[in-house]
Design a protein around this ligand. Structure first.
Ligand code: AHG
Ligand code: MN
Ligand code: MN
Length: 338
């Protein structure tokens, strides 16, 4: 990258503002606030191991999962950044049972709601494994000027106006889409700015990586067991066996597969009969990004983004990544019903 010709996240957001259907600048401002909150979370994350922010917070979230201190920190950082920006009238996150509606006069006028997994892969934090933050943005359905309603947060994924993630990895990146392709920005710590590093990301139609927690093999649907055997078999064209890669952080596994091609699978299993991943703030935003990059996302039978929501923390089996690999999983599930 020529360091004299950098495009910062904020430059890019402003340049692209004209691409939004309602280009009033509100969404630009919202995205820019998410970028700022991500920098705050990143800063804290970098101190992990030096100050007392690792480990469990002592509390349990709505889903019965032990919250890490950094889960709580990231949740607060994003919630407060979005409250302060004025364009957002409410937020739903993994860490809160119900949606949080902003009641201030300015925020109630906000056009957008945001759904977030403030810290994804948080069980990996203590071991210096890459984690992330995932966001999904919708235009509200309820009238502006009133407090947001639950219907605003329960829209199908196809209504997303933007989605993205931040990955806190060997470098920190923000990857997002407003429905006109996917772009990635790398944080340059020397200037404290996200700089455009991965313009117009397209994911390979055929990948050769499969990512799944194979420890749950015994519980998988028959179609998935057969698909895994297919991935591991040698074929005449020497394309298989595929490579297995699983970090256990959705953002990290998704990010790698997005760039080099592959599929991420999280089927239902006996311990998680509906699957593990949550539709609103994990599956839908990743599905939006995958499709924008030329990939696909399915629950095994139907498009994730068309799923009807019955609960805020609803879970779903999740298959996302290279178009032909997701298609193959669907074929196996159809051919081998349980
Ligand atoms: P979170 O940390 O937000 O609860 O999400 C954890 C998720 C996801 O990041 C990852 O893909 C998955 O859990 C891993 O689950 P297993 O440990 O069951 O493989
Ligand atoms: Mn998560
Ligand atoms: Mn999380």
């Amino acid at each position: 990258m020529n360091s004299y010709r950098i495009t910062t996240l904020n430059d890019f957001i402003i340049q692209k503002q004209k691409d939004f259907s309602y280009a009033s600048g509100d969404l630009s401002s919202l995205l820019s606030h998410i970028g700022t909150a991500a920098k705050i979370v990143n800063k804290k994350m970098n101190k992990a191991g030096l100050v007392d922010i690792l480990g469990k917070s002592g509390s349990v979230n709505i889903q019965g999962e032990t919250q890490q201190k950094l889960d709580v920190f990231a949740d607060k950082a994003f919630t407060e950044a979005l409250r302060a920006c004025g364009e957002c009238c409410g937020i739903a996150t993994e860490e809160n049972q119900n949606e949080i509606v902003f009641t201030g006069r300015l925020e109630k006028k906000g056009k957008y709601i945001v759904c977030m997994d403030p810290l994804d892969g948080s069980s990996n934090i203590d071991y210096n494994v890459s984690v992330g933050s995932i966001f999904s943005i919708y235009r509200r359905i309820s009238p502006r000027g009133k407090t947001a309603k639950i219907e605003d947060f329960m829209q199908p994924g196809i209504n997303q106006v933007a989605a993205g993630y931040v990955i806190y990895g060997s470098s920190t990146m923000m990857v997002y889409s407003t429905g006109n392709g996917v772009n990635g920005f790398t944080l340059d710590p020397s200037i404290g700015e996200f700089c455009l590093s991965h313009p117009n990301i397209k994911t390979p139609v055929n990948g050769n990586i499969y990512s799944i927690n194979e420890g749950n093999y015994t519980y998988f649907p028959l179609g998935i067991k057969k698909f895994l055997k297919f991935c591991q078999e040698k074929d005449e064209d020497n394309e298989r066996p595929y490579t297995s890669r699983y970090i256990g952080s959705l953002v990290s596994d998704f990010h790698r597969n997005l760039l080099i091609g592959g599929i991420f699978l999280y089927p239902q299993n006996e311990r998680a009969p509906q699957g593990k991943l949550r539709v609103v703030y994990e599956c839908n935003p990743m599905a939006f990004l995958a499709e924008q990059a030329g990939g696909a996302a399915s629950d095994g039978f139907n498009r994730i983004m068309e799923m009807e929501l019955k609960a805020l923390h609803q879970r779903s089996p999740f298959y996302v990544g290279s178009l032909n690999m997701v298609q193959k999983v669907k074929e196996f599930l159809k051919a081998y019903p349980d």
